[in-house]
Design a protein around this ligand. Structure first.
Ligand code: PLP
Length: 387
């Protein structure tokens, strides 16, 4: 027993180290850091003690109802052909589509990868905004696929007319359009009229991937989900995740809602490796609307409070409809990220070309207090050094 615990603890610390390795060693991060020195492995306790405000995670974890469902599902851990809570049928019911319109992924990240492997073959390009969810562009780069990235507008909104023009100018070479709504890292939505404009403006057969990872946090009445376009048979793939509102990031469950024809092209590229436990967790999470409402309410209250405190110090914040926000520091962000880290607070990495903006995820009240204390100290030290 002890031996087993020792093994699992070592493995977990290894996992933690590689998770933090992402912060220090990934190429896009390494590029902006001042020759990062190799860091010693941190312990489990040290990891637990960090305020983790860098990956837009849900700090509360899955609610009781979801934990219960997952605990019960452990009895299927040794099976291949296990009951799965009818997760696909439940999702179809939830969205008013047919089961054939749903495809599960090991996180919605897998669906984004699958869109790249499916639609970017044969030298096709992806069209999207910059900055946006960069992992999609990294996958496209790994496949040696070109990316047409439209800079954001002055007010940080996505340039829909620019995207339409880019698709038209490259029609036949465009594999798909990527629209992150709300966008990560800015937190801004694309209103329903702008989405309609995009879909009406691009040739009908160009697939448009609409990433709704942060859908559940949106309050802006001009926003709407793009799921109805799937019912119309438009070439739209909507992605959703259980990682954010439902606190299941580590368990990996996301899905696509799309017309049958598009999913038929995509299915051969999926791994199909979603575990039994999270499928039951997903079904329970869908049903626990009270838990989702609580996460949303608590997150938005804390975001409002934190943003107000940051703005009161004279900083501009991009209005966000998500569980994170961006503050304009008006100086390079990478050294500031390092200063936060020394104070035990992990904040977002640089998002080129917005190299003077800091992205902050909304954690618990205690974590946000620690963020504000660190922010004030860093601000005061900067003031003292610049006179
Ligand atoms: N899309 C966006 C915009 C994200 O920010 C993330 C994760 O942060 C993902 C997709 C992937 O999430 P997951 O694979 O956990 O569903």
């Amino acid at each position: 027993m002890n031996g087993q615990q020792g093994v699992s603890r070592r493995r977990f610390v290894g996992g933690v180290t590689s998770a933090l390795g992402v912060l220090t060693l990934r190429p896009e991060v390494g590029l902006w850091s001042q020759a990062p020195a190799p860091r010693r492995r941190i312990t489990l306790d040290e990891y637990d003690a960090l305020a983790k405000l860098s990956f837009n995670e849900n700090p509360y974890g899955p609610p009781e109802s979801v934990l219960d469902a997952m605990t019960k599902a452990f009895k299927y851990a040794n099976r291949y052909g296990y009951p799965d809570g009818d997760i696909v049928a439940e999702l179809a019911k939830h969205h008013g589509v047919k089961p054939e319109n749903i495809m599960l992924g090991s996180g919605s990240g897998e669906i984004l990868d699958v869109c790249c492997t499916t639609f970017l073959r044969g030298d096709k390009k992806v069209v999207g905004a910059e900055p946006s969810y960069n992992v999609l562009y990294s996958t496209a780069s790994a496949l040696k696929a070109d990316q047409i990235k439209l800079p954001l507008l002055e007010d940080y909104r996505q340039d829909i007319p620019g995207m339409i023009a880019a698709v038209k100018a490259n029609y036949r070479d465009v594999g798909f359009v990527y629209l992150c709504n709300p966008n990560n890292p800015t937190g801004l939505i694309v209103g329903k009229q702008e989405v309609a404009r995009l879909l009406d403006g691009v040739p009908w057969d160009v697939p448009v991937l609409i990433d709704e990872a942060y859908h559940h946090f949106v309050e802006d009445p001009s926003y709407a989900t793009s799921v109805p376009y799937v019912l119309e048979g438009r070439q739209v793939i909507v992605t959703r995740t259980f990682s954010k509102i439902s606190g299941l990031a580590g368990m990996r469950l996301g899905y696509a809602i799309a017309p049958r024809g598009l999913l038929a092209q995509m299915r051969p590229h999926t791994t199909g490796t979603i575990n039994a436990i999270v499928k039951w967790g997903g079904v329970a999470a869908l049903q626990d609307t009270a838990a989702m409402a609580w996460v949303k309410k608590t997150t938005l209250e804390l975001r409002g409070k934190t943003v107000a405190a940051v703005e009161a110090m004279g900083y501009e914040v991009i209005p966000s409809d998500t569980n994170f926000f961006m503050v304009h520091l008006k100086r390079p962000v990478q050294p500031v990220v390092e200063e936060f880290r020394k104070k035990g607070v992990l904040v977002g990495r640089p998002f080129p070309p917005m190299l003077e903006h800091l992205r902050v995820s909304i954690g618990t009240a205690e974590e946000m207090n620690r963020f504000m204390a660190a922010f004030r100290e860093i601000h005061a030290a900067r003031k003292a050094s610049t006179g």
